[in-house]
Ligand binder design. Sequence first.
Ligand code: GRG
Length: 295
Amino acid sequence: MTSQALLTHLAADRARVDAYLARLFESRRQVPAPRLDAAMRHALLVGGKRLRPLLVYLAGRALGASDEALDPSAAAVELIHAYSLVHDDLPAMDNDDLRRGQPTVHRAFDEAMAILAGDALQTLAFEVLATSEHPRLPTLIQTLATAAGRDGMVGGQALDLDAVGGHPDVDALAIMHAHKTGALMRAAVRLGAVTAVVAEDPRVTALDRYAEALGLAFQVHDDILDVTGDTQTLGKASGADAAREKPTYPALLGLEGARRKATELVDEALSALAPLGEAGTSLAELARYMIERDH
Ligand code: GRG
């Protein structure tokens, strides 16, 4: 069962980052582009669990950062995530009609507006991060850029597209996911850690190990949900991976094998947290939640 403390964090931090993100649309913009703004808001503010901002807040707080110092990173990582989902759903990629229980952006608006909304969400992420007055701002920007780009999420997406219909083994699948979804989760934890700790600290290495295992556990569970979940609860089409002949953990390991793998990865994430002691409690709860969630 997900603990009450974690649910409280989820709700409070979601409200915090949502208020921050909503304010981005209140300031007067030089170009009046209401359809673009509506498409961006649809992508960003309608639904979603805000797991990546939560990782920024929990990792940063565990090492002593203030919420105010963490806000730009939490918002930036969600902006990158939102852009990636909009582009991933496009006809040229996964061609999905449903996301977060709503029509995808290209369905609610049109394809061109979805491409532009994704582009603008991505650049807004860096605009927001650049407002941080943190002394390690260049490190924050580089962390997010590397995780989002060719050597991170975009590279992983390219591996994924090329793997469709192929037969990668478990190791190749892990490499693809470590980039496609893992890189941004690792970046979320690292942004929190970098914000908190100005000098090198062994707890940052511990958090890196935690995030690596957590990111993969999230993905293995996502593959499992695609088999066991229903479209209404998931908010996106279930069974989509099999329909597209995507390589997945249940396909390679069987459902039980995939469940075992997810549990092993969470155990790995939990043991990585040892150097944080009590300060790692919320991160540990989040790791358990990753494989208990139903959407
Ligand atoms: C288009 C450059 C580019 C990259 C896309 C992340 C990604 C790469 C695609 C997402 C495809 C997908 C559905 C992958 C499964 C794992 C995943 C990222 C699920 C969505 O993340 P959640 O569950 O979503 O955190 P919410 O809606 O809660 O924010």
